[in-house]
Write a protein that binds this ligand. Structure first.
Ligand code: KIV
Ligand code: NA
Length: 261
């Protein structure tokens, strides 16, 4: 799967399905699935490292997650998140971060918002690297937003998000994530741009969807936004397996002769 394949699917009006992934073993399973793209998101800070926001993520941890996913999913198009502030310091520093992620094996990078890093986005694109934008509820702005809240509900915010998406297209991005915005806004951006629009909490009138793998598999989560659909209940499956193992050990049932040398 490469960028041309994705563009072809988009041109054929085929919906695209993206999931996040952060580790080698999950990536091996995802590689066997029909998932179109994998996002190594900075949501890893929360679901892999237990942080309560994405701000603590840094480029070294992102690099290690990207490497693991690239090894596990060699057949997938892999997009890596630019972590908090890595694209806000200078073109040089931003390009160093991009280099780290691309040399770890990513095929594209994603960064949040657009104001103030237009030049960097252009520089990345002109360096031959596909860029995915991200507007709406951009989690790195949580302190400005005052929490994980739907964006674009009032006129000013609606128009701003729409303008940002148009700007991302002008800067040469191939795609944009629309996170937690009214369906009407997502639909409008999808109609008005050639960007591959990927929604999360943005309704169905977009070109594709993304979910955090841990959310859709039903890992324990402190908060459960209504845009998540649970396809599995791994919390209970894992807990049952863990307890069965404990029981077998306590009873002396495990290991059996065939599990011993
Ligand atoms: O980090 C992430 O998981 C993301 C998606 C929710 C779009 O940015
Ligand atoms: Na992210």
């Amino acid at each position: 799967m490469n960028l041309n394949d994705l563009k072809q699917k988009h041109a054929n009006a085929e919906k695209l399905a993206m999931l996040t992934c952060y580790d080698f073993s999950s990536a091996k399973i995802m590689n066997r699935s029909a998932v179109d793209m994998i996002l190594v998101g900075d949501s890893a800070a929360m679901v892999m490292h237990g942080e309560n926001a994405t701000l603590p993520m840094d480029i070294e941890r992102m690099r290690d997650h990207v490497r693991a996913v690239v090894k596990g999913a060699p057949d997938k198009f892999i997009i890596a998140d630019m972590p908090f502030l890595s694209f806000r310091q200078s073109i040089d520093a931003g390009m160093q971060a991009v280099k780290t992620l691309m040399q770890a094996g990513a095929h594209a990078v994603k960064l949040e918002a657009v104001d103030g890093h237009e030049e960097l986005i252009q520089h990345i694109v002109q360096s031959g690297i596909p860029v995915m934008g991200h507007v709406g509820l951009t989690p790195q702005f949580i302190n400005q937003f005052g929490g994980f809240k739907v964006q674009g509900k009032d006129r000013v915010s609606y128009d701003k998000i729409r303008a940002d998406a148009l700007k991302l297209q002008k800067l040469g991005c191939f795609s944009v994530v629309l996170e937690c915005v009214p369906s009407e806004l997502a639909q409008q951006i999808t109609a008005e741009t050639d960007l591959i629009t990927i929604g999360i909490g943005a309704g169905s009138q977009v070109d594709g969807q993304v979910l955090v793998m841990h959310d859709m598999l039903g890992y324990p989560s402190a908060f459960n936004p209504k845009f998540v659909r649970h396809y599995l209940d791994v919390s209970n499956l894992f807990e049952r397996a863990f307890n069965q193992y404990v029981e077998d050990v306590k009873k002396g049932d495990f290991p059996a002769d065939k599990e011993s040398y």
